[in-house]
Design a protein around this ligand. Structure first.
Ligand code: FES
Length: 103
């Protein structure tokens, strides 16, 4: 299992475990876990409504590609911890990470 944490808006840490080998991105897992994420573009890195902050473990994730960086640059609320959850593949790199859903 791959285990990571989602920090709720009130600061609670909610553990999420997903099986290894699934080909989903983080946005899809968060939506499946009933988090309120619009993801209006369906994971194309075009809307930023799936933005998260990586509070822990950001250095162990694959780097953002140009399309994701371009979209984040356009978001006033983004900072160096911001990522688009639709662009983060769920794999063992997420083990121990802590994410906070933006907005
Ligand atoms: S779902 Fe639109 S940018 Fe991620």
């Amino acid at each position: 299992m791959i285990n990571f944490i989602v920090e709720s808006h009130d600061g609670q840490h909610i553990p999420i475990s997903v099986p290894e080998g699934i080909s989903l991105n983080l946005m899809e897992v968060l939506k499946a876990s009933d988090y309120d994420i619009l993801a209006t573009c369906g994971g194309m890195a075009l809307c930023a409504t799936c933005m998260v902050q990586v509070l822990k473990g950001g250095q162990q994730l694959a780097s953002a590609l140009d399309q994701e960086l371009d979209m984040l640059d356009r978001m006033p609320a983004s900072d160096d911890k911001s990522r688009l959850s639709c662009q983060i593949a769920v794999n063992e790199q997420l083990e121990g990470c802590v994410f906070k859903i933006a907005g």
